[in-house]
Design a protein around this ligand. Sequence first.
Ligand SMILES: C[S@@+](CC[C@H](N)C(=O)[O-])C[C@H]1O[C@@H](n2cnc3c(N)ncnc32)[C@H](O)[C@@H]1O
Length: 627
Amino acid sequence: MDAVDEKFEALLLHVKELRGFDFTGYKRSSLMRRVDRRLAQVSVDGYAEYQDFLEVHPDEFTALFNTILINVTAFFRDPEAWECLRTEVLVPMIAAKAPGTPIRMWTAGCASGEEAYTLAMLLCEILGPEEFRERVKIYATDVDEEQLTEARHGTYGVRAIEAVPAALLERYFEQSGNRYVFRKDLRRSVIFGRNDLVQDAPISRIDVLTCRNTLMYFNAETQARIIGRFHFALLGSGALFLGKAEMLLSHAHLFQPIDLKRRIFRKVSRLPVANGGVVLPDASPFAVREQIAGLELLRGAAMLTNPVAQVVLTAGGLVALTNRRANELFGLSVGDVGRRFQDLEVSYRPIELRKHIEQALAERSPLRVSDVEYTRGPGDTLYLDVQVNPLVDADAGLLGVALIFHDVTAARQLRAELEHANRELEAAYEELQSTNEELETTNEELQSTVEELETTNEELQSTNEELETMNEELQSTNDELQTINEQLHRSSTELDEANAFLDAVLSGLRAGIAVVDPDLRVRVWNREAENLWGLRPAEAVGQHLLNLDIGLPVDRLRPLVRQALAGDADTAELVLEAVNRRGRTVTVRVACTPLPIAGEPPGAIIAMEVGEFASARGGHPPDGTEV
Ligand SMILES: C[S@@+](CC[C@H](N)C(=O)[O-])C[C@H]1O[C@@H](n2cnc3c(N)ncnc32)[C@H](O)[C@@H]1O
């Protein structure tokens, strides 16, 4: 017996009310383990808290169902049992059926469909594909919609099809990449649908019902209800195929084993009681009577000492005979012989016999009432099977009635003990099997976690490798940049040195020097130029030569500079009157030479020297006038 945890029960009712899924009929041990597992996964402590959690997270229901419903399955699971089903059930059943008549199968708790397709393959092997398509319907049901969707696709991975014999794999599956798809033309005969074994009506007129490794998750009462429905679902001689932990030991009145070891059962039909009463032998042949002296005496003694209690009535309802055991049981005596049976207590206690006698007489058919409780006093209770046998002669003429009281107290007790032991055995076996399946699921989950971790690891490793490569590339770019930097540094130093050198040269010259670019913008303006005209390099550099506000009539320089910029290698000179920075009029000789620098636009160097100059020396002023 599972201990009741009220909070857990409340949780089950909550799930039932909100989602219509009834887990109350499931065995608590396994169910609690699964729910606990889910609680741990979402880090919730306690069933009441989890109930709140479900309200806040409606998606959690799906995760909970997926944790609870164990979907372990396989093609040809327990191959010996399938072979037995084929030879002992499927082949004879098909042989006994009229040609062309429908064949209806039901696979209840089909999970991802492997069991239903296994059945399909076996039937197709017996019937051939054409007849299979025409006659067979396999209804495959489960409560788990996700599993049903998977089952409908009929597509399986390499691991799943390992159990399918090579020849069948070849005939019934088409390969698509590394997946195997069950043949579409045959798949149409396998109809997948949702059916909750606890709450929904069964499918009817079924020849063979397979429900494997599913019943074991339910408690005894729910199992009994489902088995009752299976009995209804099956045709008269239909067969039931269960999982290896499911033995049906407590339901022998509904199903009898065809092969107990393989868990294959035949439905027990309620057979009509054989018609006709007990026919008493006609008077023994004369010779026999002659040979056996004292035959009547013998019969009387046998009747009297029979350990089974008996009362014989005449056709008119008078007590004709009672034996010793009957006297003992019901307090009868020789004095009761000849009395009307209905006047005796035994006619209504322990059971109202008169109506049964009437029925048996009317039907001329024996009748049996089982397990009649007979309490004779405190602590003295017996159980009787009461049989009412009409006695008729060879011409069906009524002679009387024999009332036989079988004491089944000991047998009943033994049966109860046996049933109890069986139930315990069955429950233990089921528990073992379901724990096994749980472990298998957990194992699969662990395996997929390991696979995920491996994948993540591989990804990390490759990211790492990529990072290493990038790092190396960055390093070499860095090295290159450093080299360039060093080169730049060197160049900059060289440039600085060259500039310093140039500065020194320019500063050392006794002439004012200006260097202009092709647009006549001043690029260099040396110290002597500053001294001459009072304009600092910072004020002159970047300015247009002809816009310089100095005492030199710079507009007169234009032709001179143009000539130099045009690349005329001859130095052109001019002597001009100018006003220096002190306001004194001075004579300035201006010489202009081109400044060719490789890879750069040309420039011009203008040298300005104050002195006593009569006229220009050498060169020609571009406008042809000499000053
Ligand atoms: C362990 S699997 C068995 C699969 C397959 N029959 C086999 O033996 O390989 C049990 C299946 O029973 C289904 N199941 C659980 N409760 C059910 C219910 N109330 N009604 C119908 N199917 C149910 C589960 O969804 C699961 O697919």
